[in-house]
Design a protein around this ligand. Structure first.
Ligand code: ADP
Ligand code: MG
Length: 598
């Protein structure tokens, strides 16, 4: 999608694509849209097109083949012009399909909204009634409704609408239920808004995309279902005909004059297909997560798009060296840089702190090292990552993937989101081991328990069968560290490993990392926004701001004599019992001038 060249002049300021551009960038949706527009146009123009009357019979000219003079698509068993009947029939089918969808959407959404919003008993009763409707096979239900109301196009329309109401009601109720308790609804309630006002101004706008998506994906179905009823003779009654009844009438001549049934059959196919393609396109456009291309087939390794391929570094290379790394995110036809020319190195057994405020590009830097930034939209546009002198980013994808969790492993900020909720922690550590080493389950499990002991979890044998939600935050982070240690890595990249924890647990986790580093000679890249953490365990520190490293050096030097105004501010933010105010007073003059912009 992002490869499509688009006129940049039409792109909005933000660099994001407009909904129309997004829809057009999806080729299948564009095909659907054009096919549907063509069909709609012809159907709407039916009254002014030079067509013979679709209902005039002409017995001598019955069952003429296509391309006969005066009858482009031939005639049916009563000698009626098939082209004319097709265009009028398409008009009827579309009209019925769209009306049925509108009715089902209106009633279904109202039920869903009120059930979801009111909740409790009312919700229960409404949903059980809906369940009863859903318990019947819907075509049987539609047949039963038509049987009671009597055959006819309008009754078929009601029947199709009724059987589709549950579909809307259930979908909308689910979404409403999840919105009902969100903070903005509470805020609206506290501001004194009434229920109806909240329902229509707060909840409905958030539910609307879901309604539109459900509609766009069901119109095709409804047209098919109406055609089905008409095919059985329960929908359109002569002389009116829709595509379904044309198909039904052509059934008798299926072998002698196949075109009579094939023509409406092909039209139904084209119509439903184009609506469905367009519906899928609309769904993708309305889903904000799909806008940036984030869910657009992410690849195993970040897209690497460098102008020059760097040479390997042989002589006395550092364990990890990052040179002039540039990573950005594609948005439409632009690349917004998040990391701009970052360079640093890390030796064996060393701890480098990467510090900066939120959004400065620390995580993107860390993820770039092994191509973990999701692509699209991520792209590494320059630089190299040398591991023992070899550029990782020049290696084939499979080799990069193999180093993750092997030579280089990661510890992330919130282990509750990175651990699988349905597997025991012991199994997850064992899985991390067997991903890189061949061994049987039992040995892996025993090693997992050993690792849990290493990271200081008491009763490891027993705790191994616990699930992530049964552990405390600190214990979960220890599991995360155990998984990172599983394959004896050379480098551990810890991305804010203690941010989600309280200070006492933080201190213990940092101690643990420090101890493991000493014992195992690990190199540690510690990402944080807290200078206190850096001061505690890092040998060197690199200060990051807006995607660039603004200062780098020995921790003690940087702490003693920070050069950059931003570093001074970061240091000033470290609370020190009793001395904070005095310290702030001391440093305030330092950044009242140059650094005052932030
Ligand atoms: P932090 O220093 O807090 O870890 P990040 O490295 O996560 O910051 O983010 C750096 C910048 O990259 C931010 O401006 C963020 O908006 C941007 N960014 C991160 N992920 C994406 C993404 N998937 N798409 C677009 N921009 C992103
Ligand atoms: Mg981050």
């Amino acid at each position: 999608m992002s490869e499509t060249a688009l006129p940049s002049a039409a792109a909005p300021q933000s660099g994001r694509l407009s909904s129309w551009q997004l829809l057009m960038a999806n080729r299948l949706a564009a095909v659907g849209l054009f096919a549907l527009s063509a069909i709609l146009l012809i159907a709407i123009l039916a009254p002014i097109l030079p067509l013979p009357d679709p209902d005039i019979t002409d017995q001598p000219n019955r069952l003429l083949p296509p391309l006969s003079p005066g009858h482009l698509l031939g005639t049916d068993h009563l000698g009626r012009d098939i082209l004319s009947r097709l265009i009028w029939g398409t008009q009827v089918s579309i009209l019925v399909g769209i009306s049925a969808t509108a009715i089902a959407a209106l009633i279904g959404s109202l039920i869903g909204l009120s059930a979801g919003y009111v909740g409790g008993k009312a919700d229960n009763i409404m949903m059980r009634l809906i369940d009863m409707l859903m318990a019947f096979p819907y075509i049987l239900l539609a047949l039963a409704i038509v049987a009671v109301l009597g055959p006819g196009l309008l009754n078929a329309l009601y029947a199709i609408a009724v059987v589709n109401i549950p579909f809307f009601a259930r979908n909308i109720r689910g979404v409403t239920l999840s919105i009902r308790h969100s903070e903005f609804v509470d805020a609206a309630r506290l501001s004194g808004k009434g229920h109806l006002a909240i329902l229509f101004t707060e909840v409905l706008p958030n539910v609307l995309p879901v309604i539109v998506i459900t509609m766009s994906t069901t119109v095709g179905w409804m047209i098919l279902e109406t055609a089905g009823l008409s095919f059985l003779g329960l929908g359109a009654q002569p002389p009116t005909s829709d595509l379904g009844s044309m198909l039904g009438q052509g059934r008798a001549q299926l072998f002698t004059a196949p075109h009579v049934s094939m023509v409406p059959g092909i039209m139904i196919f084209l119509l439903v297909m184009s609506i469905n393609l367009l519906g899928d396109g609309i769904r993708d456009v309305l889903d904000p997560r799909l806008r940036s291309g984030a869910l657009n087939r992410p690849m195993a390794v970040t897209t690497i798009d460098r102008a020059v391929k760097p040479e390997p570094r042989k002589a006395n290379a550092a364990l990890l060296e990052v040179a002039n790394l540039e990573t950005g995110f594609r948005s439409g036809n632009r690349v917004n840089a998040a990391v701009k020319g970052v360079s640093f190195s890390l030796n064996k057994g060393e701890c480098l702190g990467l510090i900066g405020e939120s959004g400065s590009g620390k995580s993107v830097t860390a993820l770039s090292l092994l191509g973990l930034v999701a692509s699209p939209p991520g792209v590494i546009s320059n630089g190299a990552v040398y591991l023992d002198g070899e550029d990782v980013l020049s290696q084939p994808d499979s080799q990069i993937v193999a180093q993750r969790g092997g030579r280089v492993s990661y510890v992330f900020q919130d282990p509750l989101t990175t651990l699988h909720p349905l597997f025991s922690v012991g199994d997850q550590i064992a899985e991390a081991i067997t991903a890189h080493q061949r061994m049987d389950g039992k040995t892996a499990r025993a090693q997992a328990v050993e690792l849990m002991e290493t990271v200081g979890i008491r009763d490891a044998q027993q705790r191994a069968s616990a699930y992530p939600h049964e552990l405390s935050g600190g214990q979960r982070q220890r599991i995360g560290i155990a998984m990172a240690l599983a394959n004896d890595p050379d480098v551990i990249i810890a991305d804010e490993p203690t941010t989600a924890l309280d200070v006492t647990v933080q201190a213990r986790i940092l101690e643990l990392l420090q101890k493991l580093r000493r014992e195992r000679g690990l190199a540690l890249l510690l990402i944080t926004h807290d200078f206190g953490v850096v001061a505690q365990i890092c040998d060197r520190v690199a200060v990051m701001k807006d995607g660039e490293i603004v200062e780098q050096g020995e921790t003690s030097d940087v702490l003693r004599a920070p050069q950059h105004a931003y570093t001074k501010r970061l240091i000033a933010c470290v609370p020190e019992l009793g001395v904070g105010r005095a310290f702030l007073d001391k440093v305030r003059p330092l950044f009242s001038g140059k650094g005052a912009e932030a």
